[in-house]
Design a protein around this ligand. Structure first.
Ligand code: PRP
Length: 168
């Protein structure tokens, strides 16, 4: 669905927006594991301001294709969030349940600012509103794998983002 070269172009564009907006700041980028690890690694190598990195684990899908609807923060960032300019880095916003839950979790910890950077948005399946401040792609309602995205923990290593075919 999205080739590695298309993803590279989008990552450079997003990095340009962040380099403009965070110049002279020292933001904390928090990647939501596991899916964001590839996007985070691609993105930070294009950023030219001082920054810190942390990760959190939010889970709602388990091993299947359907969200359980119950989101849990399995572990939060180790860095203090209070007073920091925080950028949440997500691979995909689908129903929005994971990231909206996590953003509410962070907001309670009083960051100076809180923005969301997502590689892929799938608005057709949205169940809660999510404001994506920095977005790579909007995609149709297909189950996607690659570039960190998995199905049953497989395919995260694919360099492209691919649509998984139906099982029938
Ligand atoms: C995936 C993805 C997002 C979330 C998006 O994570 O990485 O975090 O689902 O879906 P939503 O908008 O419907 O909540 P998942 O819980 O599958 O864990 P993973 O990152 O380890 O694959």
């Amino acid at each position: 669905m999205l080739s590695r070269s298309e993803i590279d172009v989008a990552v450079r564009r997003l990095a340009g927006e962040l380099n403009r907006d965070y110049r002279g700041k020292n933001p904390l980028l928090i990647g939501i594991l596991k899916g964001s690890f590839v996007f985070m690694a691609d993105l930070v190598r294009q950023l030219d301001f001082p920054l810190e990195i942390d990760f959190a684990r939010v889970s709602s899908y388990g091993r299947g294709r359907q969200t359980s609807g119950k989101v849990r923060v399995l572990f939060g960032p180790r860095c203090a969030v209070q007073g920091r300019d925080v950028i949440v880095v997500e691979d995909i916003v689908d129903t929005g349940l994971s990231v909206s839950h996590f953003i509410a979790y962070l907001a309670k910890r009083h960051p100076a600012s809180l923005k969301l950077c997502a590689l892929v948005d799938k608005p057709a399946r949205r169940r809660v509103p999510v404001q994506i401040d920095y977005l790579g792609f909007t995609v149709p309602d297909k189950f996607l794998v690659g570039c960190g995205l998995d199905w049953d923990e497989k395919y995260r290593n694919l360099p492209d983002i691919c649509a998984l075919e139906d099982e029938e």
